[in-house]
Design a protein around this ligand. Structure first.
Ligand code: NI
Length: 374
């Protein structure tokens, strides 16, 4: 296929994916469209029985390792605020995290590898993964044996802080471990005018919320990035009743494995013992999400060399306390997660976030080269 033709095909595909966003685990039309394009290009699809998402494979004609490329495919519950010709046709759903670009660049990479399989060493599995936004879609893929023979896994993400086509790379931690907690304070309900008859769950919750921030400032090494946010608080039904129960929900973000353990331990102690000091009780639910994304040093260095060889602008990847379930793969296999500039503009998850379509072909080419030359 002529490069200009592939470039045009990728842009057309991208417009389609952008205008047909689907939420996590609902990516049915998306999966079918990916399948249709790949089959037409002669790319083999592996027979995994996934509900949404699929795995393509390119079998190189030379000996070498099995590598994988992860492309996440889901959209977000956001009402699109752009006036693009190809804006979302589904109100309240938008590709605001650039996963439409991930799909398209992944397809382009698969087609380029397939056309060059005579020179490809080993095989490449291109994983079109569902439900990254739930932080758990990667686990669905890991339930299959698809990653068992993979020796290196590559991941990438749209980056609106850099010019289109810029490759941002960092070795070490790039995204945080994402944990969620729910604390339920149980007091004793009573009349609003007779607090002495009960145990008011609201001041107990307030004391817990205040004390939780001391984990960041007093318990964690000040050189380690981390945070705790209480993001939802609910209690009470009306103005003259003291509620017996208050529920707080929030998230903990850490980079270091030991900090993650420390946070859970301190959160449990603070919630339980503060509640006890007020005569109340606290139930704690800790819901562990993906670990921190840790880029392999050798792979990150190699990645930078390849980007420079291709004359692509290179930047230092910003590390973030956001998360990516790509980390679940990296727990098992050495990996590298880079960011590819989509043109400077609104941040991801913003209703006016936009990918400059001219970066699609260079992104696909970069990913294919990265894998071919490794
Ligand atoms: Ni994303």
């Amino acid at each position: 296929m002529k490069m200009e033709d592939l470039e045009r095909q990728l842009q057309t595909a991208f417009y389609w994916f952008h205008s047909h966003p689907e939420l996590s685990y609902k990516e049915y039309a998306t999966t079918e469209k990916i399948r249709e394009i790949l089959v037409e290009a002669g790319v083999e699809i592996l027979p995994y029985n996934l509900d949404t998402g699929l795995v393509a494979i390119v079998r190189g004609e030379k000996d070498g390792a099995v590598q994988a490329l992860r492309c996440d495919i889901d959209a977000l519950p956001i009402d699109e605020g752009t006036d693009l010709d190809y804006k979302s046709k589904t109100s309240g759903v938008m590709h605001a995290c650039g996963h439409d670009m991930h799909i398209t660049a992944g397809i382009g990479c698969a087609i380029l590898l397939n056309e060059n399989k005579a020179d490809l060493k080993g095989s490449v599995k291109i994983i079109f993964q569902p439900a990254e936004e739930t932080s758990l879609g990667a686990l669905k893929i890991l339930e299959t044996d698809v990653m068992n023979d993979v020796e290196r896994v590559w991941g990438f993400h749209a980056d609106p802080t850099n010019a289109a086509g810029t490759i941002a790379i960092r070795e070490g931690y790039v995204t945080a471990a994402v944990d969620r907690f729910v604390i339920t304070v149980k007091g004793i309900g009573c009349h609003g005018a007779h607090p002495d008859d009960g145990i008011d769950s609201i001041p107990v919750s307030a004391a817990i919320i205040q004390a939780l921030q001391s984990i960041v400032s007093r318990n964690v090494n000040a050189f380690h990035p981390s945070l705790i946010s209480v993001t939802k608080v609910s209690a009470g039904t009306t103005w003259n009743v003291i509620p017996d129960k208050a529920v707080m929900e929030g998230t903990v973000r850490t980079m270091e494995r030991d900090d993650r353990i420390l946070y859970e331990k301190r959160l449990r102690e603070i919630a339980t013992l503060t509640a006890k000091a007020y005569g109340a009780e606290a139930d704690i639910e800790w819901i562990a999400g993906p670990p921190a994304t840790l880029n392999d040093k050798a792979m990150a260095e190699y990645c930078e060399k390849e980007a420079v060889k291709m004359n692509l602008p290179v930047a230092v990847e910003e590390s973030s306390l956001g998360g990516d379930d790509f980390a679940f793969y990296e727990e098992k296999i050495p990996g590298c997660y880079v960011k590819i500039g989509t043109g400077i503009g609104h941040p991801i998850h913003h209703p006016e976030f936009e990918v400059k379509p001219e970066m699609l072909f260079p992104a696909a080419k970069f990913l294919a080269n990265l894998i071919m030359n490794c």
